[in-house]
Design a protein around this ligand. Structure first.
Ligand code: SF4
Ligand code: SF4
Length: 395
């Protein structure tokens, strides 16, 4: 992984014009200049000149960022703030003892515990009961329970249907399910399998770990490299696709080659990419849909949504701006995250759509977080693949 010194020229390119301030979602909520990339570059400049040292306080400022890269898109010098902040965090942690609570083992333990708790929670129908009791009450804890309920809700049955005969399958896709499907709620994985069941694509599953996005963005380099190598070792050489149902997984898998020798980038595809040329139609009554485009997404699923027959796509204001969740940020900066999600949800409600579609499980949480803040039970938040598998016909 690179060091701060490797970005010296990039940082010097910053003219302090302040355009990044106008788009930074964290700044818009906090009005804290330290959240803006220009100010962070000033601090990093101080370290490069030897006036400041890379310490815990500086790291806190690097963490005051969603990694949405809105600033890069707007920056006249096209400076990749997300990459620079990640490298700085990695440099800080490189020779430090990493506490267990920051390790991948701890993260995995939390996922397994949450998954097990959800099975019990679902079977006791606690999600249904608490949804009835808690909606509309402005209490932080109750709103957290309502958000947890969105993880419990099952939209699709487990996919058990036999797929087409092996001989009819001419292509192989190794399915990178991601940790949400593995531990929390496998609706999206069921949707992928259902969509591909009658195609010529064979779906292969392997015991992958998480893609590593939270480790990468936290600068936990050793832990990230360990799981990246593990995941890469499981990818069959002869597969045609490395299939994902999540924009963040796609983004990280495509980034592996920056950190570990690999040649998988060209094979990484979204399930939506595989069906973009098919005719997709909503089967029953006409449905109004809107969308949220994840910050990490590089596949244009909005065009796909606009082409779904019997669905009316209504574009939400700021549909491509960050939902405010961004993994660990939602835990470490809860109030900022909730406020950004709330603003996002206001734009979505304006559309009057019955469904808001996205392709990242963390964004689903961000959208639900915002809607719950506004006491809104609708629209229903779904992954695009889940929506297609549940309501559409694909030919
Ligand atoms: S938009 Fe780019 S050049 Fe302008 S202040 Fe921000 S980081 Fe610097
Ligand atoms: S990446 Fe997003 S949150 Fe971070 S400084 Fe840039 S605009 Fe702000």
């Amino acid at each position: 992984m690179k060091n701060l010194n490797d970005f010296q020229e990039e940082i010097y390119k910053c003219s302090r014009c302040g355009l990044c301030q106008t788009v930074c979602p964290v700044y818009k909520v906090t009005l804290n200049e330290c959240s803006v990339s220009r100010t962070k570059f000033n601090m990093l400049n101080g370290i490069l000149k030897g006036d400041l040292t890379l310490n815990k306080k500086i790291l806190e400022y690097m963490d005051l960022c969603l990694g949405c890269n809105a600033c890069k898109e707007f920056c006249p010098s096209n400076i990749d703030a997300r990459e620079i902040f990640t490298a700085v965090k990695a440099q800080y942690y490189r020779y430090k003892h990493i506490p267990f609570t920051n390790s991948y083992s701890f993260f995995k333990m939390l996922l397994i515990t949450a998954g097990a708790a959800l099975i019990v929670y679902r079977s006791l129908k606690l999600d249904i009961i608490t949804n009835k009791l808690f909606y509309g009450i402005n209490n932080f804890l109750l709103k957290r329970i309502l958000l947890f309920n969105t993880l419990a809700k099952k939209l699709l049955p487990n996919h058990t249907k036999k797929t087409a005969a092996h001989s009819q399958k001419t292509k192989k896709a190794v399915f990178f399910k991601g940790c949400f499907n593995n531990y929390i709620n496998n609706d999206s994985a069921n949707a992928v399998k259902k969509i591909l069941e009658n195609t010529d694509i064979e779906v292969i599953e392997k015991p992958f770990e998480c893609c590593g996005i939270s480790l990468l963005s936290s600068g936990l380099e050793k832990e990230f490299l360990k799981i990246a190598k593990h995941n890469l070792s499981l990818i069959p050489q002869d597969c045609d696709y490395i299939l994902t149902d999540c924009a963040s997984c796609s983004y990280v898998l495509k980034s592996y080659e920056k950190y570990v020798p690999s040649d998988i980038t060209s094979k990484v595809v979204s399930i939506l990419d595989l069906i973009k040329d098919k005719k997709i139609s909503v089967v029953k009554e006409k449905i109004k849909i809107t969308a949220h485009k994840p910050c990490h997404d590089d596949f244009d699923f909005i065009t796909l949504l606009k082409n779904i027959e019997n669905a009316e796509y209504i574009e939400a204001e700021n549909f491509d701006k960050c939902c405010g969740f961004s993994g660990k940020f939602a835990l470490t900066h809860q109030n900022i995250s909730r406020e950004i999600s709330k603003r996002k949800a206001k734009d979505i409600l304006q559309t009057g759509a019955g469904f808001v579609l996205t392709n990242c499980p963390a964004c689903k949480l961000g959208l639900n977080q915002g809607l719950i803040e506004l006491n809104a039970r609708k629209p229903v938040v779904m992954n695009v693949a889940e929506f297609i598998a549940k309501y559409c016909e694909v030919k």
